[in-house]
Design a protein around this ligand. Structure first.
Ligand code: ZN
Length: 325
């Protein structure tokens, strides 16, 4: 064996050892999960929902699941040209793994006592492909049936927000609810040429079920739409107010929970109009900061509930501390 052969074989040995220990670690964690399941202990943390108060209202954020990707999050999660290395370093500085990259999906219920408003619906049955689609299971854990929901509001027409709208037969999942979506947003998706499969099944084929609303319109007492264009051209967030408390469900108007706050001009690969998206973001962040509102971000780290504070010329997301009740 030459010296270089010996180096080579040492390197492959190291590689093999690393692969073997990864396999062993994954087998061990699977065995541990099986043990927990047998003893009746859920193998995952938490129950998939987080309940809190907004004045007299109850807010519940549901996890539709977490998608884990081994691909780089860039440019999707930071599309500004030439700044990927800076963004990647910022994630590392904030102890957020770059790969695997974890994406959260946080639909939310606002129970006003009179109305039950569900904001966005996750992946539905399509979630079988990426470990999401858990909204209905977590709704049940929180004590609600689909028929308890009287209002479903859709912030925008992307697949991770609309695919829970219909079941396997194409019927409305929340069969007793009124379905609301911004008129301009709805029309863009429903009247567009060649709608994708998610749009066809969940918007086009069931369009008769929708009532179209406007920016700044009250949809039930205490809950109104909030214009926040840019991520999609007519994206609407939700503003809920009860007593002295207010909460904005940002939908996707919040962007990334570190990058979009630290870099006010940051935008996503998914943003239809980057300049408008970052303008909307700054305006909402400024308002939420000034008025000390709670915010929820659809893709923020679970449960995505918190506040926005100023940080120099930028902002920072301050997660709300965990309450058990
Ligand atoms: Zn989204």
């Amino acid at each position: 064996m030459t010296q270089s052969e010996s180096r080579l074989s040492r390197r492959s040995m190291l590689k093999l050892t690393a692969a073997a220990s990864a396999v062993a670690a994954s087998a061990a964690s699977q065995a541990h999960a099986a043990d927990l399941a047998q003893s009746g202990t859920p193998p995952t943390n938490g129950a998939g929902f987080y309940r809190f108060k907004i004045g007299e209202f109850t807010g519940i954020v549901f996890s539709d699941g977490q998608a884990v990707s081994n691909n780089s999050p860039f440019p999707n999660w930071g599309a500004n040209p030439g700044r990927q290395a800076e963004f990647e370093q910022t994630l590392k500085d904030n102890f957020i793994p770059v790969t695997p990259f974890v994406n959260n999906f946080n639909p939310m219920l606002i129970d006003t006592g009179k109305n039950r408003v569900l904001i966005d619906t996750g992946f539905g049955l399509a979630g079988a492909q990426n470990n999401t689609g858990k909204l209905l299971a977590h709704l049940k854990s929180a004590g609600y049936k689909p028929t308890d929901i009287d209002t479903v509001f859709i912030t925008h027409g992307h697949g991770d927000h609309i695919q829970g709208l219909t079941d396997a037969k194409g019927k409305m999942t929340f069969s007793r609810a009124q379905h609301l979506m911004g008129e301009a947003e709805f029309n863009q998706w429903v009247n567009g040429a060649n709608p994708n499969a998610a749009v066809k099944k969940n918007l086009v084929d069931v369009k008769g079920n929708f009532t179209l609303v406007q920016p700044n319109q009250e949809i039930v007492p205490g809950v109104r739409t909030l214009p926040s264009p840019g991520h999609t051209r007519n994206h609407l967030a939700i503003l809920a107010a009860s007593g002295s408390e207010q909460l904005i469900h940002l939908g996707d108007a919040g962007g990334h929970y570190v990058l979009s706050f630290k870099f006010p001009d940051h935008y996503l690969g998914f943003d239809a109009d980057p300049a408008v998206a970052s303008q909307s973001r700054k305006a909402i962040f400024e308002r939420a900061t000034t008025e000390r509102m709670m915010v929820v971000g659809y893709h923020f780290a679970w449960p995505g509930v918190g506040y926005i504070k100023r940080d120099g010329n930028a902002y920072a997301f301050q997660p709300a501390f965990w309450r058990f009740a």
